[in-house]
Design a protein around this ligand. Structure first.
Ligand code: UN1
Length: 504
Protein backbone atom coordinates (compact mmCIF):
# COMPACT_ATOMS: atom_id res chain seq x y z
CA UNK A 1 0.00 0.00 0.00
CA UNK A 2 2.76 2.43 1.00
CA UNK A 3 4.49 1.86 -2.35
CA UNK A 4 1.36 2.75 -4.29
CA UNK A 5 0.81 5.91 -2.28
CA UNK A 6 4.45 6.89 -2.69
CA UNK A 7 4.46 6.28 -6.43
CA UNK A 8 1.60 8.78 -6.73
CA UNK A 9 3.30 11.36 -4.53
CA UNK A 10 1.08 10.79 -1.48
CA UNK A 11 2.91 11.29 1.83
CA UNK A 12 1.73 10.56 5.39
CA UNK A 13 0.44 14.13 5.66
CA UNK A 14 -0.58 16.01 2.51
CA UNK A 15 -1.49 19.61 1.79
CA UNK A 16 -5.01 19.80 0.36
CA UNK A 17 -4.65 22.96 -1.69
CA UNK A 18 -2.74 23.64 -4.89
CA UNK A 19 -2.42 26.59 -7.17
CA UNK A 20 1.18 26.46 -8.33
CA UNK A 21 2.34 25.74 -4.78
CA UNK A 22 0.90 23.32 -2.23
CA UNK A 23 -0.80 24.66 0.89
CA UNK A 24 -3.26 23.63 3.57
CA UNK A 25 -3.41 25.27 6.97
CA UNK A 26 -6.88 24.05 7.91
CA UNK A 27 -8.33 21.04 9.65
CA UNK A 28 -6.37 17.81 9.45
CA UNK A 29 -8.37 14.87 8.14
CA UNK A 30 -7.35 11.23 8.27
CA UNK A 31 -8.50 9.17 5.31
CA UNK A 32 -9.62 5.69 6.26
CA UNK A 33 -10.13 2.85 3.77
CA UNK A 34 -13.60 1.30 3.73
CA UNK A 35 -11.88 -1.99 2.88
CA UNK A 36 -10.61 -2.58 6.40
CA UNK A 37 -10.80 0.66 8.37
CA UNK A 38 -7.06 1.21 7.97
CA UNK A 39 -5.76 4.80 7.90
CA UNK A 40 -4.27 5.60 4.48
CA UNK A 41 -2.86 9.11 4.97
CA UNK A 42 -3.87 12.54 6.26
CA UNK A 43 -4.84 15.70 4.43
CA UNK A 44 -4.83 19.29 5.63
CA UNK A 45 -7.86 21.16 4.34
CA UNK A 46 -7.54 24.68 2.93
CA UNK A 47 -8.68 27.69 4.93
CA UNK A 48 -11.02 30.30 3.41
CA UNK A 49 -8.06 32.67 3.10
CA UNK A 50 -6.02 30.06 1.26
CA UNK A 51 -8.99 29.34 -0.94
CA UNK A 52 -9.09 32.96 -1.98
CA UNK A 53 -5.41 32.86 -2.95
CA UNK A 54 -5.92 29.59 -4.87
CA UNK A 55 -8.82 30.98 -6.86
CA UNK A 56 -6.95 34.22 -7.53
CA UNK A 57 -4.04 32.26 -9.04
CA UNK A 58 -6.33 29.99 -11.05
CA UNK A 59 -8.15 33.04 -12.36
CA UNK A 60 -4.88 34.76 -13.21
CA UNK A 61 -3.65 31.68 -15.05
CA UNK A 62 -6.68 31.93 -17.35
CA UNK A 63 -5.40 35.24 -18.77
CA UNK A 64 -2.50 33.53 -20.55
CA UNK A 65 -3.91 30.02 -21.00
CA UNK A 66 -6.83 31.30 -23.07
CA UNK A 67 -4.36 32.74 -25.57
CA UNK A 68 -2.55 29.44 -26.17
CA UNK A 69 -3.82 27.96 -29.48
CA UNK A 70 -6.33 25.19 -28.84
CA UNK A 71 -4.29 22.44 -30.58
CA UNK A 72 -1.33 23.36 -28.35
CA UNK A 73 -3.61 23.06 -25.34
CA UNK A 74 -4.52 19.67 -26.75
CA UNK A 75 -0.85 18.63 -26.57
CA UNK A 76 -0.94 19.22 -22.81
CA UNK A 77 -4.05 17.05 -22.49
CA UNK A 78 -2.37 14.38 -24.61
CA UNK A 79 0.56 14.35 -22.16
CA UNK A 80 -1.83 14.12 -19.20
CA UNK A 81 -3.41 11.10 -20.91
CA UNK A 82 0.06 9.53 -21.38
CA UNK A 83 0.88 10.14 -17.73
CA UNK A 84 -2.42 8.49 -16.76
CA UNK A 85 -1.53 5.49 -18.92
CA UNK A 86 1.77 5.19 -17.04
CA UNK A 87 0.04 5.47 -13.67
CA UNK A 88 -3.10 3.50 -14.51
CA UNK A 89 -2.51 0.54 -12.18
CA UNK A 90 -1.42 2.65 -9.19
CA UNK A 91 -4.19 5.22 -9.56
CA UNK A 92 -6.82 2.48 -9.94
CA UNK A 93 -5.53 0.86 -6.79
CA UNK A 94 -5.69 4.14 -4.90
CA UNK A 95 -9.31 4.60 -6.07
CA UNK A 96 -10.06 1.12 -4.72
CA UNK A 97 -8.29 1.78 -1.42
CA UNK A 98 -9.96 5.13 -0.88
CA UNK A 99 -13.57 4.46 -1.87
CA UNK A 100 -13.82 0.68 -2.10
CA UNK A 101 -14.87 -0.11 -5.70
CA UNK A 102 -13.37 -3.28 -7.13
CA UNK A 103 -9.98 -3.00 -8.77
CA UNK A 104 -11.44 -4.01 -12.15
CA UNK A 105 -13.86 -1.07 -11.83
CA UNK A 106 -11.03 1.18 -10.63
CA UNK A 107 -9.09 0.28 -13.77
CA UNK A 108 -12.21 1.04 -15.82
CA UNK A 109 -12.49 4.42 -14.18
CA UNK A 110 -8.90 5.35 -15.01
CA UNK A 111 -9.52 4.07 -18.55
CA UNK A 112 -12.38 6.57 -18.79
CA UNK A 113 -9.88 9.29 -17.90
CA UNK A 114 -7.50 8.18 -20.64
CA UNK A 115 -10.34 7.97 -23.14
CA UNK A 116 -11.61 11.47 -22.41
CA UNK A 117 -8.07 12.83 -22.82
CA UNK A 118 -7.88 11.22 -26.27
CA UNK A 119 -11.30 12.61 -27.13
CA UNK A 120 -10.29 16.10 -25.98
CA UNK A 121 -7.05 16.03 -28.01
CA UNK A 122 -9.07 15.47 -31.18
CA UNK A 123 -11.59 18.05 -30.07
CA UNK A 124 -8.83 20.65 -29.71
CA UNK A 125 -8.84 20.90 -33.52
CA UNK A 126 -12.61 20.78 -33.83
CA UNK A 127 -14.01 23.62 -31.74
CA UNK A 128 -16.13 24.58 -34.72
CA UNK A 129 -18.32 27.64 -35.00
CA UNK A 130 -21.00 27.96 -37.68
CA UNK A 131 -21.29 30.53 -40.43
CA UNK A 132 -24.81 31.57 -41.35
CA UNK A 133 -26.09 33.34 -44.48
CA UNK A 134 -26.77 36.97 -43.68
CA UNK A 135 -30.04 38.53 -44.81
CA UNK A 136 -28.06 41.62 -45.86
CA UNK A 137 -26.04 42.09 -49.06
CA UNK A 138 -22.28 41.64 -48.65
CA UNK A 139 -22.53 40.75 -45.01
CA UNK A 140 -21.39 37.65 -43.24
CA UNK A 141 -22.76 36.12 -40.07
CA UNK A 142 -20.59 33.83 -37.97
CA UNK A 143 -20.14 32.44 -34.53
CA UNK A 144 -16.96 31.68 -32.65
CA UNK A 145 -16.36 29.81 -29.42
CA UNK A 146 -14.06 31.49 -26.93
CA UNK A 147 -12.63 30.31 -23.61
CA UNK A 148 -14.92 30.95 -20.69
CA UNK A 149 -12.81 31.31 -17.54
CA UNK A 150 -12.33 29.31 -14.37
CA UNK A 151 -14.36 26.11 -14.28
CA UNK A 152 -15.17 25.00 -10.73
CA UNK A 153 -15.46 21.23 -10.56
CA UNK A 154 -17.13 19.70 -7.52
CA UNK A 155 -17.08 15.92 -7.60
CA UNK A 156 -18.59 13.04 -5.65
CA UNK A 157 -16.86 10.08 -3.97
CA UNK A 158 -18.21 7.39 -6.29
CA UNK A 159 -16.20 8.40 -9.38
CA UNK A 160 -13.46 10.23 -7.53
CA UNK A 161 -11.18 10.72 -10.55
CA UNK A 162 -13.17 10.16 -13.77
CA UNK A 163 -15.58 13.05 -13.27
CA UNK A 164 -12.68 15.46 -12.73
CA UNK A 165 -11.12 14.21 -15.95
CA UNK A 166 -14.31 14.57 -18.04
CA UNK A 167 -14.50 18.18 -16.97
CA UNK A 168 -10.80 18.96 -16.95
CA UNK A 169 -9.78 17.44 -20.29
CA UNK A 170 -12.59 19.32 -22.05
CA UNK A 171 -12.10 22.55 -20.07
CA UNK A 172 -8.36 22.60 -20.82
CA UNK A 173 -8.71 22.31 -24.58
CA UNK A 174 -11.47 24.92 -24.42
CA UNK A 175 -8.93 27.31 -22.84
CA UNK A 176 -10.39 27.31 -19.34
CA UNK A 177 -8.59 26.78 -16.08
CA UNK A 178 -9.95 24.38 -13.47
CA UNK A 179 -10.47 24.62 -9.74
CA UNK A 180 -11.35 21.23 -8.28
CA UNK A 181 -13.08 20.55 -4.99
CA UNK A 182 -13.31 16.77 -4.60
CA UNK A 183 -15.55 14.94 -2.15
CA UNK A 184 -14.14 15.10 1.39
CA UNK A 185 -14.35 11.29 1.31
CA UNK A 186 -11.79 10.99 -1.50
CA UNK A 187 -9.10 13.65 -1.18
CA UNK A 188 -6.09 11.39 -1.83
CA UNK A 189 -7.04 10.45 -5.36
CA UNK A 190 -7.62 14.15 -6.03
CA UNK A 191 -4.14 15.02 -4.80
CA UNK A 192 -2.66 12.24 -6.96
CA UNK A 193 -4.44 13.53 -10.10
CA UNK A 194 -3.48 17.12 -9.40
CA UNK A 195 0.17 16.05 -9.05
CA UNK A 196 -0.04 14.38 -12.46
CA UNK A 197 -1.45 17.55 -14.03
CA UNK A 198 1.11 19.68 -12.19
CA UNK A 199 4.01 17.64 -13.56
CA UNK A 200 2.74 17.88 -17.13
CA UNK A 201 2.02 21.61 -16.94
CA UNK A 202 5.49 22.27 -15.47
CA UNK A 203 7.17 20.10 -18.14
CA UNK A 204 5.48 22.23 -20.80
CA UNK A 205 6.39 25.47 -19.00
CA UNK A 206 2.77 26.48 -18.39
CA UNK A 207 1.40 27.87 -15.15
CA UNK A 208 0.50 24.83 -13.00
CA UNK A 209 -2.32 26.84 -11.41
CA UNK A 210 -4.25 25.94 -14.60
CA UNK A 211 -5.23 22.78 -12.63
CA UNK A 212 -5.87 23.98 -9.09
CA UNK A 213 -7.21 22.09 -6.10
CA UNK A 214 -9.04 23.10 -2.93
CA UNK A 215 -9.93 20.35 -0.47
CA UNK A 216 -12.46 21.29 2.17
CA UNK A 217 -16.05 20.87 3.21
CA UNK A 218 -18.92 21.65 0.87
CA UNK A 219 -20.48 23.95 3.42
CA UNK A 220 -17.45 26.25 3.53
CA UNK A 221 -15.10 25.76 0.54
CA UNK A 222 -17.94 24.52 -1.69
CA UNK A 223 -20.02 27.58 -0.97
CA UNK A 224 -17.08 29.89 -1.61
CA UNK A 225 -16.84 28.36 -5.08
CA UNK A 226 -20.61 28.60 -5.60
CA UNK A 227 -20.78 32.28 -4.75
CA UNK A 228 -17.56 33.63 -6.27
CA UNK A 229 -18.07 35.48 -9.58
CA UNK A 230 -14.54 34.51 -10.66
CA UNK A 231 -15.88 30.99 -11.25
CA UNK A 232 -17.49 31.27 -14.68
CA UNK A 233 -18.86 27.73 -14.84
CA UNK A 234 -19.58 25.35 -12.02
CA UNK A 235 -19.80 21.67 -12.80
CA UNK A 236 -21.37 19.91 -9.85
CA UNK A 237 -21.88 16.18 -9.34
CA UNK A 238 -23.81 15.19 -6.25
CA UNK A 239 -27.20 14.81 -4.65
CA UNK A 240 -30.45 16.49 -5.68
CA UNK A 241 -30.62 18.65 -2.52
CA UNK A 242 -26.96 19.58 -3.02
CA UNK A 243 -27.64 20.52 -6.63
CA UNK A 244 -30.67 22.58 -5.70
CA UNK A 245 -28.49 24.58 -3.31
CA UNK A 246 -25.61 24.97 -5.77
CA UNK A 247 -27.91 25.84 -8.66
CA UNK A 248 -29.58 28.59 -6.67
CA UNK A 249 -26.31 30.18 -5.56
CA UNK A 250 -24.74 30.06 -9.01
CA UNK A 251 -27.86 31.38 -10.70
CA UNK A 252 -28.05 34.26 -8.24
CA UNK A 253 -24.78 35.62 -9.61
CA UNK A 254 -25.67 34.63 -13.21
CA UNK A 255 -22.90 32.07 -13.36
CA UNK A 256 -23.25 29.01 -15.57
CA UNK A 257 -23.67 25.54 -14.19
CA UNK A 258 -23.67 21.89 -15.20
CA UNK A 259 -25.62 19.82 -12.70
CA UNK A 260 -25.23 16.02 -12.56
CA UNK A 261 -27.52 14.96 -9.75
CA UNK A 262 -29.34 11.85 -8.67
CA UNK A 263 -30.51 9.02 -10.85
CA UNK A 264 -33.06 6.26 -10.42
CA UNK A 265 -32.15 3.90 -13.24
CA UNK A 266 -34.71 1.38 -14.47
CA UNK A 267 -34.45 -1.56 -16.83
CA UNK A 268 -37.56 -2.75 -18.65
CA UNK A 269 -37.30 -6.49 -19.25
CA UNK A 270 -39.64 -7.51 -22.03
CA UNK A 271 -40.89 -11.05 -22.54
CA UNK A 272 -39.52 -10.59 -26.07
CA UNK A 273 -35.98 -9.99 -24.77
CA UNK A 274 -33.02 -12.27 -24.20
CA UNK A 275 -33.24 -13.42 -20.59
CA UNK A 276 -29.48 -14.00 -20.24
CA UNK A 277 -28.77 -10.43 -21.35
CA UNK A 278 -31.47 -9.16 -19.00
CA UNK A 279 -30.17 -11.00 -15.94
CA UNK A 280 -26.53 -10.05 -16.54
CA UNK A 281 -27.23 -6.40 -17.38
CA UNK A 282 -29.44 -5.91 -14.34
CA UNK A 283 -26.97 -7.71 -12.10
CA UNK A 284 -24.00 -5.55 -13.04
CA UNK A 285 -26.11 -2.39 -13.05
CA UNK A 286 -27.37 -3.08 -9.53
CA UNK A 287 -24.33 -4.45 -7.71
CA UNK A 288 -21.55 -2.66 -9.66
CA UNK A 289 -19.76 -0.07 -7.49
CA UNK A 290 -21.93 -1.57 -4.71
CA UNK A 291 -24.93 0.27 -6.15
CA UNK A 292 -23.21 3.62 -5.71
CA UNK A 293 -23.34 4.94 -9.28
CA UNK A 294 -25.82 7.59 -10.27
CA UNK A 295 -26.45 5.29 -13.24
CA UNK A 296 -26.98 2.21 -11.02
CA UNK A 297 -30.00 0.05 -11.77
CA UNK A 298 -32.47 0.62 -8.95
CA UNK A 299 -35.67 -0.65 -10.55
CA UNK A 300 -36.45 -3.60 -12.84
CA UNK A 301 -39.79 -3.51 -14.56
CA UNK A 302 -40.41 -7.07 -15.77
CA UNK A 303 -43.17 -8.40 -18.00
CA UNK A 304 -45.52 -10.39 -15.77
CA UNK A 305 -45.21 -13.53 -17.93
CA UNK A 306 -41.49 -13.88 -17.13
CA UNK A 307 -41.45 -12.11 -13.77
CA UNK A 308 -40.96 -15.20 -11.59
CA UNK A 309 -38.37 -16.84 -13.87
CA UNK A 310 -36.39 -13.61 -14.06
CA UNK A 311 -36.53 -13.10 -10.30
CA UNK A 312 -35.40 -16.68 -9.60
CA UNK A 313 -32.43 -16.39 -11.91
CA UNK A 314 -31.38 -13.01 -10.53
CA UNK A 315 -31.78 -14.18 -6.93
CA UNK A 316 -29.57 -17.19 -7.64
CA UNK A 317 -26.88 -14.87 -9.01
CA UNK A 318 -27.19 -12.54 -6.01
CA UNK A 319 -26.73 -15.47 -3.63
CA UNK A 320 -23.41 -16.30 -5.33
CA UNK A 321 -22.06 -12.74 -5.30
CA UNK A 322 -18.44 -12.74 -4.14
CA UNK A 323 -18.32 -9.90 -1.59
CA UNK A 324 -15.14 -8.78 0.11
CA UNK A 325 -11.77 -7.10 -0.35
CA UNK A 326 -12.20 -5.28 -3.67
CA UNK A 327 -8.51 -5.66 -4.50
CA UNK A 328 -8.97 -9.40 -4.97
CA UNK A 329 -9.62 -10.67 -8.46
CA UNK A 330 -12.54 -12.93 -7.61
CA UNK A 331 -14.49 -10.21 -5.77
CA UNK A 332 -17.40 -8.56 -7.59
CA UNK A 333 -18.71 -6.35 -4.80
CA UNK A 334 -16.62 -4.38 -2.35
CA UNK A 335 -17.71 -2.37 0.67
CA UNK A 336 -19.95 0.69 0.74
CA UNK A 337 -18.03 3.92 1.09
CA UNK A 338 -18.47 4.26 4.87
CA UNK A 339 -20.55 3.07 7.80
CA UNK A 340 -23.01 5.94 7.37
CA UNK A 341 -23.84 4.55 3.91
CA UNK A 342 -24.52 1.15 5.49
CA UNK A 343 -26.89 2.74 8.02
CA UNK A 344 -28.71 4.57 5.19
CA UNK A 345 -29.13 1.32 3.29
CA UNK A 346 -30.45 -0.59 6.31
CA UNK A 347 -32.89 2.22 7.13
CA UNK A 348 -34.13 2.28 3.52
CA UNK A 349 -34.77 -1.48 3.62
CA UNK A 350 -36.80 -1.07 6.80
CA UNK A 351 -38.87 1.65 5.12
CA UNK A 352 -39.45 -0.61 2.10
CA UNK A 353 -40.79 -3.30 4.42
CA UNK A 354 -42.97 -0.79 6.27
CA UNK A 355 -44.40 0.37 2.96
CA UNK A 356 -45.39 -3.16 1.93
CA UNK A 357 -42.36 -4.35 -0.06
CA UNK A 358 -41.11 -7.94 0.31
CA UNK A 359 -37.37 -8.52 0.73
CA UNK A 360 -36.46 -11.39 -1.60
CA UNK A 361 -32.80 -11.61 -0.58
CA UNK A 362 -29.89 -9.73 0.97
CA UNK A 363 -29.78 -6.43 2.74
CA UNK A 364 -27.72 -7.55 5.70
CA UNK A 365 -24.59 -6.07 7.21
CA UNK A 366 -21.66 -8.47 7.03
CA UNK A 367 -19.39 -8.76 10.03
CA UNK A 368 -16.06 -7.80 8.51
CA UNK A 369 -13.27 -5.42 9.41
CA UNK A 370 -14.18 -1.82 8.62
CA UNK A 371 -17.91 -2.48 8.97
CA UNK A 372 -18.89 -1.36 5.48
CA UNK A 373 -19.83 -4.67 3.85
CA UNK A 374 -23.41 -5.63 3.06
CA UNK A 375 -25.21 -8.24 1.00
CA UNK A 376 -26.97 -6.82 -2.07
CA UNK A 377 -30.71 -6.68 -1.70
CA UNK A 378 -33.65 -7.46 -4.00
CA UNK A 379 -37.14 -6.35 -3.01
CA UNK A 380 -40.34 -7.34 -4.76
CA UNK A 381 -42.56 -4.28 -4.54
CA UNK A 382 -45.97 -2.89 -5.54
CA UNK A 383 -46.04 -0.29 -8.31
CA UNK A 384 -46.97 2.52 -5.96
CA UNK A 385 -44.31 1.92 -3.31
CA UNK A 386 -43.25 5.44 -2.22
CA UNK A 387 -39.59 4.36 -1.95
CA UNK A 388 -39.57 3.75 -5.73
CA UNK A 389 -39.39 7.52 -6.07
CA UNK A 390 -36.18 7.81 -4.08
CA UNK A 391 -32.56 7.16 -4.88
CA UNK A 392 -30.92 5.11 -2.15
CA UNK A 393 -27.21 5.11 -2.91
CA UNK A 394 -26.72 1.41 -2.13
CA UNK A 395 -27.31 -2.02 -3.71
CA UNK A 396 -31.07 -2.18 -3.22
CA UNK A 397 -33.01 -3.29 -6.30
CA UNK A 398 -36.79 -3.09 -6.68
CA UNK A 399 -38.53 -5.57 -8.97
CA UNK A 400 -42.07 -4.95 -10.21
CA UNK A 401 -44.25 -6.50 -12.93
CA UNK A 402 -45.92 -4.82 -15.91
CA UNK A 403 -48.47 -5.74 -18.56
CA UNK A 404 -48.52 -3.59 -21.72
CA UNK A 405 -45.26 -1.91 -22.83
CA UNK A 406 -46.87 1.53 -22.43
CA UNK A 407 -47.34 0.75 -18.75
CA UNK A 408 -43.66 -0.19 -18.40
CA UNK A 409 -42.61 3.12 -19.98
CA UNK A 410 -44.97 5.06 -17.72
CA UNK A 411 -43.52 3.31 -14.66
CA UNK A 412 -39.98 3.96 -15.86
CA UNK A 413 -40.74 7.66 -16.33
CA UNK A 414 -42.85 8.00 -13.20
CA UNK A 415 -40.06 9.16 -10.89
CA UNK A 416 -38.58 12.62 -10.30
CA UNK A 417 -35.12 11.68 -11.66
CA UNK A 418 -34.24 11.27 -15.33
CA UNK A 419 -30.69 10.01 -15.81
CA UNK A 420 -30.46 6.48 -17.15
CA UNK A 421 -32.82 3.83 -18.48
CA UNK A 422 -32.73 0.66 -20.55
CA UNK A 423 -34.93 -1.87 -22.30
CA UNK A 424 -34.11 -5.51 -22.96
CA UNK A 425 -36.07 -6.60 -26.00
CA UNK A 426 -35.60 -8.08 -29.45
CA UNK A 427 -38.83 -6.50 -30.63
CA UNK A 428 -37.97 -3.62 -32.94
CA UNK A 429 -41.27 -1.85 -32.32
CA UNK A 430 -40.80 -1.92 -28.58
CA UNK A 431 -37.25 -0.61 -28.65
CA UNK A 432 -38.12 2.15 -31.12
CA UNK A 433 -41.09 3.16 -28.97
CA UNK A 434 -38.78 3.26 -25.96
CA UNK A 435 -36.37 5.57 -27.84
CA UNK A 436 -39.10 7.77 -29.30
CA UNK A 437 -40.63 10.95 -27.90
CA UNK A 438 -43.28 8.71 -26.32
CA UNK A 439 -40.58 6.63 -24.68
CA UNK A 440 -37.96 7.09 -21.99
CA UNK A 441 -37.63 10.63 -20.64
CA UNK A 442 -34.03 10.09 -19.52
CA UNK A 443 -30.73 11.53 -20.74
CA UNK A 444 -29.55 7.97 -21.36
CA UNK A 445 -31.80 5.33 -22.94
CA UNK A 446 -30.12 2.03 -23.80
CA UNK A 447 -31.27 -1.01 -25.71
CA UNK A 448 -30.09 -4.49 -24.72
CA UNK A 449 -27.44 -3.16 -22.38
CA UNK A 450 -27.78 -1.92 -18.81
CA UNK A 451 -28.19 1.53 -17.28
CA UNK A 452 -24.58 2.08 -16.17
CA UNK A 453 -21.25 2.18 -17.94
CA UNK A 454 -21.88 5.12 -20.26
CA UNK A 455 -19.08 5.68 -22.77
CA UNK A 456 -17.23 9.00 -22.75
CA UNK A 457 -17.99 9.64 -26.44
CA UNK A 458 -21.59 10.54 -25.64
CA UNK A 459 -22.85 13.51 -23.66
CA UNK A 460 -23.46 12.38 -20.10
CA UNK A 461 -26.30 13.69 -17.94
CA UNK A 462 -30.02 13.64 -17.45
CA UNK A 463 -33.32 15.45 -17.13
CA UNK A 464 -35.75 16.50 -14.40
CA UNK A 465 -34.19 16.33 -10.93
CA UNK A 466 -31.00 14.96 -12.44
CA UNK A 467 -30.33 18.60 -13.25
CA UNK A 468 -30.21 18.84 -17.05
CA UNK A 469 -26.42 19.20 -17.34
CA UNK A 470 -24.28 17.40 -19.91
CA UNK A 471 -20.58 16.69 -19.68
CA UNK A 472 -18.01 14.46 -21.39
CA UNK A 473 -18.38 13.76 -25.14
CA UNK A 474 -20.53 14.76 -28.13
CA UNK A 475 -20.94 18.57 -28.14
CA UNK A 476 -20.97 18.94 -24.34
CA UNK A 477 -17.82 21.08 -24.79
CA UNK A 478 -20.02 24.00 -25.79
CA UNK A 479 -20.99 24.54 -22.15
CA UNK A 480 -17.31 25.18 -21.37
CA UNK A 481 -17.00 28.06 -23.85
CA UNK A 482 -18.72 31.33 -24.58
CA UNK A 483 -20.41 31.79 -27.92
CA UNK A 484 -19.86 34.99 -29.84
CA UNK A 485 -22.01 35.89 -32.83
CA UNK A 486 -20.66 38.41 -35.32
CA UNK A 487 -22.18 40.27 -38.28
CA UNK A 488 -19.46 41.49 -40.63
CA UNK A 489 -20.26 44.12 -43.23
CA UNK A 490 -18.00 44.32 -46.28
CA UNK A 491 -20.44 46.21 -48.53
CA UNK A 492 -19.09 49.71 -47.93
CA UNK A 493 -22.62 50.85 -47.03
CA UNK A 494 -24.91 50.80 -44.05
CA UNK A 495 -27.76 48.33 -44.31
CA UNK A 496 -29.94 47.61 -41.32
CA UNK A 497 -31.35 44.19 -40.56
CA UNK A 498 -35.08 43.45 -40.63
CA UNK A 499 -35.46 45.83 -43.60
CA UNK A 500 -35.40 48.94 -41.41
CA UNK A 501 -34.45 52.09 -43.33
CA UNK A 502 -33.20 55.45 -42.12
CA UNK A 503 -33.37 58.50 -44.42
CA UNK A 504 -30.50 60.66 -43.23
C1 UN1 B 1 -21.66 8.59 -11.77
O1 UN1 B 1 -22.14 7.62 -11.19
O2 UN1 B 1 -21.60 9.70 -11.21
O3 UN1 B 1 -22.05 5.55 -16.77
C2 UN1 B 1 -21.02 8.52 -13.09
C3 UN1 B 1 -21.41 5.18 -15.78
C4 UN1 B 1 -20.05 5.79 -15.57
C5 UN1 B 1 -20.19 7.10 -14.92
C6 UN1 B 1 -21.08 7.17 -13.73
N1 UN1 B 1 -19.39 5.92 -16.82
O4 UN1 B 1 -21.84 4.36 -15.01
Amino acid sequence: MKKILESLGIADVNAGGFSGGWMGGGKVQTVVSPINGEALASVTNVTPLEFDAILAKCHQAFASWKLVPAPKRGEVVKAIGDELRRNKAALAELVTLEMGKTLREGLGEVQEMIDICDFAVGLSRQLYGLTMPSERRMHRLQEQWHPLGVVGVITAFNFPVAVWSWNTAIALVCGDTVLWKPSSKTPLTAIACTKIAEKVLRDFGYDPAICSLAIGKGSDIGDLINTDPRVALLSYTGSVPGGRHVGRLVQERFGKHILELGGNGAVIVSEKGDLDIAVQSVYFGAIGTSGQRCTSTRRVIVHHSIHDTFLDRLTALYARTPIGDPRKDEILMGPLVDTAAVETMLAAIQTVKDQGGRIVCGGERLPAAGGCYVTPCIASVPKDLPMLQEETFAPVLYVLPYGPIEEAIALQNGVPQGLSSAIITNDHRESELFLSAAGSDCGIANVNTGTSGAEIGGAFGGEKETGGGRESGSDAWKAYMRRQTSAINFSGQVELAQGITLEL
